[in-house]
Design a protein around this ligand. Structure first.
Ligand code: NAD
Length: 475
C-alpha cells in the first residue's frame, strides 16, 4: 500500500515510494527504495566488479569510460526529460546530463596517465615509490537537486581512480540516476561497478554504515552531513562533503549593471527556483548604484517565464514538494512580520493553472540586515536578499559574515579590484562577472560549513585515491 509522497513498508524488506511531480502535485511513478539488504547485495557485486575493473589494463578502462560518455551523449535529451520529471527543473535548465558527459570524457583521460612518483630518500639509495590506489567502493550520496551533477563530479573521477561506486540518489529524484545506471551496463562496464540504489534516509544510513565501503562522498545539507559523519565514525569510514551555501554576489559601482542584473537573477531566484547550492542569495550592492541595480534586477526577475517545466520557453519552475513550499512561504512570512527588509517582489504561492504545482513567486527583499535569519539561513527557494555596502572593506566583511563558504560572485570591471576582493573572500569558488559554471577542470567545494574536499580537477580525482608508499631496500 502506498500513499502520495510517502514511503510504506511492504513487509518484504522493500519500500515503495510514490514520487510526486512538483509541477502538478500528481503522482509520477513509483520507485522501489533500497534498504540494508539491497545495500548488502550492491556491496557484494561492487567488490567483485572492482576486482575485475582494476585488473583491466588502463587503456581498456579509459575506453570503457569513453564508451559510457558516448552513450550518455546519445541519451542527453532523454536524461534531461527525466531530470524534469525528477524535480520539475525547467528543461531549458536541465543540462546536467551534458555535465556528466563532460566529466566522463575528462576523467577517462586520467585513467591511463601516470599517477605515482619515485623519489630519493635520505641516507640511502633505496627506491621510494609513492603510488595512488583506489579506496575500493565509494558510496556516493546525492541531493535531490543534482543526481546527475553529482554522478558527474563523483562517479567519473571515482571510476577513473579504479573504484566501484554505489550511487544513492534521493527518493525525491531517482529517475535520471536510474537511467544512468542502465547506461553504465549498456556501455559494458562490469556488472555492479556502478550500482544505483535510490533510497531514503534509512537506505542512506545503511550505505554509510556498511563496513565494505571505502569512502563516502556526501552532497546535501549540513544537518544530514552531521548524521552521516556520526554514522561513518563507527567504522572510521572517511567522508568527503559538499554542502549548502549562502553565497554573496557583490555588485561594485563600476560593474556593467545590465550584465550584473541578468547574472544576479539567473544565479539567484531563477536558478532552479533558488534550489541550488550555488544560489547567490545575498546580493550586496555598492551605495551609488543600489537603486539603479535594484530596478534592473527586479525587472529581470519579474520577466521570468513561469510555467510548464517541459516547455522550452519556461525559465522558472516549481519547488520540490509541498513541504518545501510551506517552509519557503513560512520564511517569507517571518521575514515580513519581523520587518527584515522591504518586500520588493513576489512573496506568494502562484495560483491559477499552476495552483496544483508547488510554485512560489520569485521573491526579492531589499535593505536586508546581514545578521537576519533571512540572510544567514539557506532558504533553498526563490528568495534573495539585497543589501547595501559602502566600500570594498565593508563588502568583504559582509560577504564573509556567514558560516557558509561555497561560492562568491563579484561584478566589477576593475581587474585589480577583482583580484584583491577574490583573495579576501572566504569561499571555495569565486566567480568574477560569471555564473557558477562548473567544469571538470574544477576544483569545486566549500570553505567553512559548506563542506570539505573538492570535486573536479586533480584535487577531485585525489578524493577517490589513497596514497601508498613502497620502499625497496637497495643493498
Ligand atoms: P539532504 O541533506 O536532505 O539529503 C541529501 C541526501 O542524503 C539524500 O539522498 C538523502 O536521502 C540522504 N540522507 C538523508 N538522511 C540520511 C542519513 N541519515 N544517512 C545517509 N543519507 C541520508 O539534502 P537535499 O534536500 O537532498 O539537498 C539540498 C541540500 O544539498 C542543500 O543544502 C544544498 O545546498 C545541498 N547541495 C550541495 C551541493 C554542493 O555541491 N555543495 C550541490 C547540490 C546540493
Amino acid at each position: 500500500m502506498t500513499r502520495p509522497g510517502a514511503a510504506s513498508d511492504l513487509g518484504v524488506g522493500k519500500v515503495i515510494f510514490e514520487h510526486i511531480y512538483p509541477a502538478t502535485g500528481k503522482p509520477n511513478g513509483t520507485v522501489t527504495l533500497a534498504g540494508a539488504a539491497e545495500i548488502d547485495r550492491a556491496v557484494e557485486a561492487a567488490r567483485a566488479a572492482q576486482g575485475e575493473w582494476i585488473s583491466m589494463t588502463v587503456d581498456r578502462r579509459r575506453d570503457l569510460m569513453i564508451d559510457l560518455a558516448d552513450i550518455v551523449h546519445d541519451h542527453l535529451d532523454e536524461l534531461a526529460r527525466l531530470n524534469v520529471f525528477d524535480y520539475g527543473v525547467p528543461i531549458s535548465f536541465a543540462g546536467t546530463a551534458l555535465l556528466l558527459e563532460r566529466f566522463l570524457r575528462h576523467f577517462a583521460g586520467y585513467a591511463d596517465k601516470p599517477h605515482g612518483v619515485s623519489t630519493p630518500v635520505n641516507g640511502s639509495f633505496d627506491v621510494n615509490l609513492i603510488e595512488r590506489e583506489p579506496y575500493g567502493i565509494i558510496g556516493v550520496i546525492t541531493p535531490w537537486n543534482g543526481a546527475l551533477a553529482v554522478a558527474a563530479s563523483c562517479v567519473a573521477p571515482a571510476l577513473a581512480a579504479g573504484n566501484a561506486v554505489i550511487l544513492k540518489p534521493s527518493e525525491l529524484a531517482p529517475f535520471a540516476a536510474l537511467r544512468f545506471g542502465e547506461l553504465c551496463d549498456r556501455a559494458g562496464l562490469p556488472t555492479g561497478l556502478v550500482s544505483v540504489a535510490p533510497a531514503d534516509a534509512e537506505g542512506g544510513d545503511a550505505l554509510v554504515r556498511h563496513p565494505g565501503i571505502g569512502k563516502i562522498a556526501f552532497t546535501g545539507g549540513g544537518a544530514t552531513a552531521r548524521k552521516v559523519l556520526a554514522a561513518a565514525a563507527a567504522n572510521l569510514t572517511p567522508v568527503v562533503t559538499e554542502l549548502g551555501g549562502k553565497s554573496a554576489n557583490i555588485i561594485f559601482d563600476d560593474a556593467d549593471l545590465d550584465l550584473a542584473a541578468t547574472l544576479s537573477a539567473h544565479q539567484g531566484p531563477l536558478m532552479q527556483s533558488g534550489q541550488s547550492c550555488a544560489c547567490a542569495s545575498r546580493i550586496l550592492v555598492q551605495e551609488a548604484v543600489y537603486d539603479a541595480f535594484v530596478d534592473k534586477f527586479v525587472g529581470v526577475v519579474a520577466g521570468a517565464r513561469v510555467g510548464d517545466p517541459m516547455d522550452p520557453a519556461t525559465t522558472f519552475g516549481p519547488v520540490i514538494s509541498q513541504a518545501a513550499a510551506d517552509r519557503i512561504l513560512d520564511t517569507i512570512e517571518t521575514a515580513v512580520s519581523n520587518g527584515t527588509g522591504q518586500l520588493l517582489l513576489g512573496g506568494n504561492r502562484i495560483g491559477g493553472d499552476l495552483a496544483d504545482g508547488y510554485y512560489i513567486e520569485p521573491t526579492v527583499f531589499g535593505g536586508v540586515d546581514n545578521a537576519s535569519t533571512l540572510a544567514q539561513e539557506e532558504t533553498f527557494g526563490p528568495v534573495v536578499s539585497v543589501m547595501r555596502f559602502r566600500d570594498e572593506q565593508e563588502a568583504v566583511q559582509i560577504a564573509n559574515s556567514t558560516r557558509y563558504g561555497l561560492n562568491a560572485f563579484v561584478q566589477t570591471t576593475d581587474l585589480g579590484r577583482a583580484h584583491r576582493v577574490a583573495r579576501r573572500l572566504e569561499a571555495g569558488s569565486v566567480w568574477i562577472n560569471q555564473f557558477s559554471d562548473i567544469s571538470p577542470q574544477g576544483p569545486y567545494g566549500g570553505y567553512k560549513q559548506s563542506g570539505s574536499g573538492r570535486t573536479g580537477g586533480v584535487e577531485g580525482l585525489n578524493e577517490f585515491r589513497q596514497v601508498k608508499n613502497i620502499r625497496i631496500g637497495m643493498r
